[in-house]
Design a protein around this ligand. Structure first.
Ligand SMILES: C[S@@+](CC[C@H](N)C(=O)[O-])C[C@H]1O[C@@H](n2cnc3c(N)ncnc32)[C@H](O)[C@@H]1O
Length: 207
């Protein structure tokens, strides 16, 4: 699964960003894709926000417009270095999302975009538990990631994208009921909206 294009897109920021921007056209463009998960959330300049699996700051760039206390976390030292250069307003930590080096009840918002589909189901489960642990009561976990299309017309495009850029874990995510998993861990309320023929899910889950 996946082709040389996956490796190339991770090496070359312009390639990843061009693909991401093209895919975002299905929901009205890059800015809308990046800000939809935070829609209507009461994020203030003092809200403590974690961008989990932040990459090189693609969503962090929008989070720092709402809060002065944004931290980006990613396992890749190269991504962290690029994020520091791209979005210097945030702080960064290199760590695994399934072993988050922060205290219990310490964040108002945890956001993750385009990353959960890279996790094996067991790792995904651990990440959800970790996010629940570090969120303050009343805090919110926002997710943007793939979903099984509800409109058949979106299947060929998604399948081609997965073949070119993704691995088996992306197919596995399509079979996972994320709201069900979040509820099982203890999230009190979980709102999910589908976009792009159902191929994109945006979730807001409250602790
Ligand atoms: C496809 S990129 C998404 C980047 C960015 N969030 C975005 O929306 O474009 C996935 C990111 O997740 C990171 N990642 C993958 N597995 C991880 C893990 N277990 N813990 C932390 N980061 C991880 C990768 O290093 C990569 O930067």
């Amino acid at each position: 699964m996946a082709t040389i294009l996956r490796d190339l897109s991770y090496r070359h920021q312009w390639l990843y960003d061009s693909i991401s921007r093209t895919a975002a056209l299905t929901v009205g463009g890059e800015e809308r894709f990046r800000t939809l998960p935070m829609a209507d959330l009461p994020i203030s300049p003092k809200s403590r926000v974690l961008d989990l699996c932040c990459g090189w700051g693609q969503s962090t760039k929008y989070l720092v417009q709402q809060s002065q206390e944004v931290i980006g976390l990613d396992a890749s030292p190269r991504s962290i270095d690029r994020a520091k250069a791209n979005v210097p307003e945030a702080e960064y930590v290199q760590a695994f999302a399934q072993d988050i080096p922060f205290d219990d009840n310490s964040f108002d918002v945890v956001h993750t975009s385009a990353a959960l589909h890279e996790m094996e189901p067991e790792t995904l489960n651990r990440i959800v538990w970790e996010v629940f642990r570090i969120l303050k009561p009343g805090g919110v976990f926002t997710i943007a990631d793939f979903h099984k299309p509800t409109n058949l017309l979106f299947w060929p495009g998604l399948a081609a994208f997965f073949w070119l850029f993704e691995t088996e874990t992306a197919w596995k995510l399509l079979k996972i009921d994320l709201p069900g998993l979040l509820s099982a861990v203890g999230f009190q309320r979980c709102d999910r909206q589908l976009y792009a023929g159902g191929s994109l899910q945006i979730i807001q889950a409250w602790k």
